[in-house]
Design a protein around this ligand. Structure first.
Ligand code: THU
Length: 164
């Protein structure tokens, strides 16, 4: 028997100006995209933007539905849009932002499990670590270098990749 531990790490920035300009721009695009959110049920507006290997940026936002589970988070909207619009480009980075005001300062904003899994697929397809940038409502920005920092023990079975 052995106790094993996993260590996760991320960078935290108090101000957008601390980010490299390309990443800061991506965060601003995500913030802008949050204006297009359709979130009449949760009132929680989220924007996301992805940077592709050809330099293009695709933006998206959460889209809710009166049948709640039919709604989709901003991250999955934007990754799936980018993949549809630019099927041959790799997703290099994704930024997510919400200006939602939390009553409780301890409430956190972070991509949900389903979106992390979709990010894992984007990373699998690109073959390089996906940069994940989360701009929290309090103005703090966290950057994660690769999906393993958000979703350790990702399902990855090479046998499935061979299936055509
Ligand atoms: N949401 C996102 O779009 N991204 C996240 O990272 C967290 C949650 C959306 C889903 C739903 O429309 C609303 O926020 C409340 O959960």
């Amino acid at each position: 028997m052995a106790l094993k531990k996993v260590e996760l790490s991320y960078m935290e920035y108090g101000h957008l100006d601390e980010l490299e300009s390309e990443i800061k721009h991506l965060v601003l695009e995500a913030k802008d995209a949050s204006k297009t959110a359709y979130a009449p049920y949760s009132l929680f507006k989220v924007g996301a933007s992805v940077l592709l290997s050809n330099g293009s940026i695709v933006k998206g936002s959460n889209q809710e539905n009166i049948a709640y589970p039919s709604g989709l988070c901003a991250e999955r909207v934007v990754i799936n849009s980018a993949s549809s619009l630019f099927p041959n480009e790799k997703i290099v980075a994704i930024a997510v932002s919400s200006d939602h005001h939390f009553e409780n300062a301890e409430d956190m904003f972070s991509p949900c499990g389903a979106c992390r899994q979709v990010m894992a697929e984007a990373e699998l397809r690109s073959g390089k670590k996906l940069k994940i940038i989360v701009n929290t409502p309090g103005g703090i920005t966290r950057t994660f270098n690769g999906i393993s920092q958000l979703l350790p023990f990702t399902f990855n079975y090479s046998g499935l990749k061979k299936a055509k």
